[in-house]
Design a binder for this molecule. Sequence first.
Ligand SMILES: NC(=O)C1=CN([C@@H]2O[C@H](COP(=O)(O)OP(=O)(O)OC[C@H]3O[C@@H](n4cnc5c(N)ncnc54)[C@H](O)[C@@H]3O)[C@@H](O)[C@H]2O)[C@H](O)CC1
Ligand SMILES: [K+]
Length: 486
Amino acid sequence: MSHSLSLSAPILHPRALLTPAETREMDQAASLNIEDLMVNAGTMAARIIRQNYKPLKILVACGPGNNGGDGLVLASILKNQGWPVSVTLLKSEPSSYLTKKMLAKWDDPIIPFVPEEAKRFDLVIDALFGAGMNRALPHIVEKFLEAAKRRIAIDLPSGVEGETGLFMGKVAPCEMSICFVRPRPAHYLSPALKICGKIKCADIAMPTSALKAVSPHIWHNDPSLWQLPTQHFDDHKYKRGVVSLVGGKDMPGAAHLSAAAARRVGAGMVRIVTSPEEAPYYRIGSAGLIIDDDLDTSLEDPRREVWICGPGLPHQKAGNVLKKLLDKRKSIIADAGALSWAAGDLSRLKGVKVITPHAGEFARLFPLGDKTRLKAAISAAKELDSVIVLKGEDTIIAAPDGRVAINSHASTALATAGTGDVLTGVIGALLSGGMHPWEASCAAVWIHGQAGQMAAKEYGGWPLAEDVVTFLGKSRHVAEQKMKKQ
Ligand SMILES: NC(=O)C1=CN([C@@H]2O[C@H](COP(=O)(O)OP(=O)(O)OC[C@H]3O[C@@H](n4cnc5c(N)ncnc54)[C@H](O)[C@@H]3O)[C@@H](O)[C@H]2O)[C@H](O)CC1
Ligand SMILES: [K+]
């Protein structure tokens, strides 16, 4: 048996998140090597545990499928290295022939699968169910895992559905999830992301031919997914990008936040269009911001391609503005008021490039039915032919061509009023810089998350939306540095 282990991940699809179905496809394509892959998986899991823990009393709980086989390999390795390791089995006769084979090599007594035993150990390794989890978690498994003091999951915590992140029973939180080849969408999707703990993904030398057998469509949002425009010696403000917004009467702050964000993240010029009555109030703002007082004239300028419609606009006004923008075929980011205006009549958004709903706005536009958020966002993007940025702790960015990114680069500090307007401004700036709408949206969500983290650090965990704006330039720089390293 060859153990060609290396920690340098294969470069094919480095940020892909593989669904259980895609993992099965890949494993089938690697069926000749599947035993080696299981040994590699168990070996790498044992290595990760050694790197992160001092020897402690471990109980490896093994299920009937290949997840259990990984557990048996890692148990043997840790035992050979002198760790106090025991094994328990959900079923005395595994269904996977490979797991049976690995079990035959384990010659210590098998501990009974009862909660009282789980309690006796310092740490329980959950190798019960992984990608093959296909029905509700048995009650005995719930009780057993709940009784453990601490848990680490192999692949996924048992009971988590790998594609959607939904729970198929009562799932116990783990302090670490060790997965192989690529993580699963569930590792980064709510509610699972809260209970997966630290995610460690190990290379198990999956043959490139097997990686090539799958065409992933779900990605973990990261600077390797997109290319930010760089600065050039012959840049000028129009080349860098012009962003226009329409500002209303009652909530000028929203338009100001979007505008400030667009400027801070690098737009060449940002203009707020409002009425002659409101314009003087808007002008008491930043010196570098331009205020216009006539929408129709502003729309005639061909250099003003990108428009943000919605922040701070009541829905009727947003609707009137949106109709004009669509009529002039502008590149539109629709948010807030524009989304309320379209609730119940999606055709009102046809032609918009990007929409940025939070969960409530999304549900009013696209009733979820029995779809998960991920599936609903993917089908909504196709139906509307627009990029959907479904905001939340696990922001989902879906493109009409079926690509979808899940973002985990964020901060709970972003859960305050105004940060959504900031994100819209960032998307506007990147779109005006010439980026593709899906890439601009992915990059904006990442940069916004980075700025949230930096502002949280600066302000003791409690920044204002305005503080997030001030970090956008530095955050863009962090993204640029990460892009360069790849
Ligand atoms: N490419 C890789 O990442 C590799 C991962 N490996 C490991 O293999 C598992 C997936 O193995 P599989 O046998 O397909 O699935 P499971 O072990 O999760 O379970 C299948 C087994 O369990 C039965 N079952 C499923 N759900 C339930 C339930 N709720 N109640 C009762 N029984 C259930 C099902 O019918 C099967 O009998 C992956 O997670 C990795 O850990 C490979 O080792 C290497 C390649
Ligand atoms: K597991």
